[in-house]
Design a protein around this ligand. Structure first.
Ligand SMILES: *Cc1c(COP(=O)(O)O)cnc(C)c1O
Length: 364
């Protein structure tokens, strides 16, 4: 069934092993972030034995799907008050930045007879979640330490998301000195210092990762084999774990400029067309309703994407070395946004490849 998202489990597992080894050499435990592929349990259960310590996801719904997989789980989006019960049930650790929510987590944990672990988020300047003011952070630590069913295990930060701020030894150093200050002031030990996501990896190579950092939360680096501060490929990893495969539904030679008066396209935009004469155009059966067409790259580098409407993706295949026919399949590499949309789309079938011809189709 097409379009389909093919997931090579062995390649993903390999990437997880490479990254967790790289982190371990610097005394850092890895949390694999599974949100970009919806934490498909068919995938995640195979990641357990790749040296990683935690599974992390932004959605409690995803962690709930993984409840039978025996590994520590972290909820990485700060919880909603309305989901605290599920957070205590399905996450071992949650990242937090609001005392009101933490108090509710404590109440639920008491009812469920659990001890819920939290890390407090610190905003180092990226201006998404976390405590921005130090005094506020120290005050909340004092209050959290009085809660009986909450265990404060450390601090975390997130960078290069909203503000695109690149992790450095200075900003992560500040996270570590805050942790030290808290340890001294309150006479506690903070064992979990989570120094960010795939954009922090460059500090490992440069030997600039502050020593106190004990955890990284890695999504894109493991899924796509790239660090995200500079977009560099990570040595020894695969970039083609995920592949989108679509089918050609029309193949015809047509002019490159539409005929007639040009108004606006299906999305209200006024398009521009370059006259390249008569070209061979392939339409594949996928469109803006199915995926994020800006996040897909044809693996045949001689194919150009001309555009897309809700249900159609139009390709120029004139220069390709391959003689395509109707019914042929066209493969695409995926960028982060393309992978996210293909994963969540109910119109894209998921095919899990385990390497030994045993394939499992999902959602078909
Ligand atoms: C998505 C996310 C991550 C993972 O980011 P990558 O760039 O994919 O490694 C880590 N932490 C938080 C809080 C996130 O939301």
């Amino acid at each position: 069934m097409y379009p389909r998202l093919e997931i090579d489990i062995n390649k993903l597992k390999h990437n997880a092993s490479v990254l967790s080894k790289k982190c371990k050499e610097k005394g850092i435990e890895t949390a694999v972030v599974t949100k970009v592929y919806c934490a498909f349990p068919e995938v995640v259960k195979y990641l357990k034995d790749s040296g990683i310590k935690y599974i992390a996801d932004s959605r409690i719904k995803n962690l709930k799907k993984l409840r039978d997989i025996n590994i520590s789980k972290i909820l990485i989006r700060i919880p909603m008050i309305t989901e605290v019960e599920e957070v205590v049930k399905y996450a071992d650790i949650s990242l937090n930045s609001e005392f009101e929510v933490i108090k509710k987590l404590d109440e639920k944990a008491r009812i469920l007879n659990e001890k819920h672990k939290i890390a407090l988020m610190v905003d180092l300047g990226d201006l998404r979640e976390g405590y921005f003011k130090e005094e506020e952070l120290f005050k909340v630590v004092e209050k959290v330490l009085k809660l009986k069913n909450i265990e404060l295990i450390g601090l975390g930060t997130n960078l290069t998301c909203y503000g695109a701020v690149i992790p450095s030894k200075e900003n992560l150093g500040r996270l570590c000195s805050l942790a030290k200050e808290i340890e001294n002031k309150f006479n506690i030990k903070l064992s979990f210092i989570s120094g960010g996501n795939s954009s922090s990896l460059h500090l490992l190579d440069k030997g600039e990762m502050p020593e106190k950092v004990t955890n990284l939360r890695l999504g894109e680096a493991i899924a796509l084999g790239r660090e995200t501060a500079f977009g560099e490929v990570i040595e020894g990893t695969y970039q083609d774990v995920f592949k989108l495969v679509c089918e050609i539904i029309e193949l015809k030679e047509k002019p490159s400029i539409p005929i007639g008066e040009i108004g606006v396209d299906a999305f209200g935009n006024k398009p521009y067309y370059e006259d390249r004469g008569i070209r061979k155009r392939a339409i594949v059966g996928i469109g803006k309703q199915d995926i994020n067409v800006d996040g897909v790259i044809p693996m045949d580098t001689k194919i150009d994407i001309l555009g897309a409407s809700s249900d159609h993706l139009i390709l120029d295949v004139t220069d390709s070395d391959k003689e395509y026919k109707v019914g042929d399949k066209i493969e695409f590499n995926l960028e982060y946004g393309g992978l996210m949309a293909a994963s969540t789309s109910e119109y894209v079938a998921k095919v899990f490849k385990y390497g030994d011809e045993k394939e499992l189709a999902y959602n078909v």
